[in-house]
Design a protein. Structure first.
Length: 326
C-alpha cells in the first residue's frame, strides 16, 4: 500500500509540475532532417514573397535549411508539395494555404507523417491538425480601414466591392467586416460586387467594366491591396481619380498610392511579424515546447496618409520600433 501511495503521489506531483505543458514525447517529431519547407501562393504577389523571404531569413538564422515552393492556390498541387516535404523528411512546414477547406487534406497528411505544420495568414476550417494557425485579425483590420473609408466618402455614396478568392476565409471575414461598418450608414449603396480572385490584372479589368456600367460610383472597397492597386490604376486610366479606394495587406505599392492620394488606405496585416513568429514557434516546438494556443490573432494596423510613412515592406514602425503582436 505504501508503494501504491508513493506511486500515486509521484504521479500527482508530476502532473502538477507539467500542468498546461505538452510533454516532449507527445509532440510530432518532424521528419528528422534540418529542413523547413515554406509553401505559399505565387510570389508574383509581394505579400507572399515576403512570407518566403522572412521565413528564409529567420529559419537560416536559427540554423535550418529552408526550401520555398509555391502552390499557386491549387489545392492538388499543394498536397503534392506537402507529400514532397514528407518524402524529404522535413522537420516542419510553414504554409500560407490554398483554401480553408481544400487544405485540410494536406495538413492531415503532414500530421500523419509526424511533421508539424504552422499556418500563416490563412487558417483552415479544422483544429487539431496544425500546431499553430497565426493569422492577422482581419475582422479588426477591415473594420478600422472601413471607418477611414466611410469618413473619406463623406458618409454617403454609391460604391463597388472587389472580393478575393471566395473559398478563402479571409475573403469572407474582410467583406463581412467592411459591411459591418458601412451598412450602419443608410446613405451608402453598393451597386456592384464581383470577385477578382486576389489578382491585380483581373481587378483592373473588373473595375473597367464596373466604371462603364456604374459611372456614378465614388468608392471601391477591395479585399486585398493587389486588387486595390489594379482598381486604382483602372480609375487613373479612366480619369476617375475622385474614387475613394481601400484595400487590405499593407503592400509598398499600396503605400505609394496612399502617398499620391489615389488610395484612402489599407489595413496592414503584419505578415513579416506573423511569419517570423511562426518560424520561431516551429523551432521551439521541435525543441520540445508547444505554443500555448493553436489559433493566434495578430492585430492589423490601419494605414492612411497620416501614418503611411511608418510602413515599409509590410513592417510598421513607430518611434523606431516594430509593432509587437498582442
Amino acid at each position: 500500500m505504501k508503494k501504491v501511495f508513493a506511486g500515486v503521489l509521484a504521479g500527482v506531483l508530476a502532473c502538477s509540475a507539467f500542468s498546461g505543458m505538452v510533454m516532449a514525447d507527445e509532440l510530432l517529431p518532424g521528419g528528422g532532417s534540418n529542413v523547413i519547407y515554406v509553401i505559399t501562393p505565387s510570389t508574383s504577389n509581394p505579400y507572399f514573397k515576403t512570407v518566403q523571404d522572412q521565413a528564409t531569413a529567420k529559419g537560416e538564422e536559427l540554423g535550418y535549411e529552408v526550401k520555398c515552393v509555391s502552390h499557386d492556390d491549387d489545392a492538388a498541387k499543394q498536397l503534392e508539395l506537402f507529400e514532397a516535404a514528407a518524402n524529404d523528411h522535413a522537420a516542419a512546414i510553414i504554409c500560407d494555404n490554398a483554401g480553408a477547406d481544400a487544405s485540410i487534406e494536406a495538413v492531415q497528411a503532414a500530421y500523419d507523417a509526424g511533421i508539424p505544420t504552422f499556418l500563416v495568414d490563412r487558417e483552415i476550417n479544422q483544429e487539431g491538425l496544425a500546431v499553430a494557425q497565426l493569422v492577422a485579425d482581419n475582422a479588426q483590420g477591415a473594420q478600422e480601414i472601413a471607418e477611414a473609408w466611410v469618413e473619406a466618402m463623406g458618409f454617403e455614396g454609391k460604391y463597388a466591392e472587389l472580393l478575393g478568392l471566395e473559398s478563402d476565409t479571409n475573403c469572407q471575414v474582410r467583406s463581412e467586416n467592411f459591411h459591418s461598418i458601412i451598412d450602419e450608414y443608410p446613405d451608402f449603396e453598393m451597386v456592384a460586387q464581383q470577385s477578382a480572385n486576389w489578382d491585380q490584372t483581373e481587378a483592373y479589368e473588373k473595375t473597367e467594366s464596373i466604371l462603364q456600367s456604374n459611372p456614378e460610383i465614388t468608392g471601391i472597397i477591395c479585399g486585398n491591396d493587389t486588387m486595390a492597386c489594379g482598381a486604382v490604376q483602372a480609375c487613373i486610366d479612366a480619369g476617375r481619380d475622385d474614387i475613394k479606394i481601400i484595400g487590405v495587406d499593407g503592400s509598398d505599392e499600396a503605400a505609394a498610392y496612399i502617398k499620391s492620394g489615389n488610395m484612402v488606405g489599407t489595413a496592414l496585416q503584419q505578415i513579416a511579424l506573423i511569419t517570423t513568429t511562426a518560424v520561431e514557434e516551429a523551432d521551439a516546438y521541435l525543441k520540445g515546447t508547444a505554443p500555448e494556443e493553436e489559433k493566434q490573432l495578430i492585430p492589423c494596423v490601419a494605414i492612411t496618409a497620416e501614418n503611411v510613412d511608418n510602413l515599409s515592406a509590410f513592417v510598421y514602425t513607430e518611434g523606431g520600433a516594430e509593432t509587437e503582436a498582442e
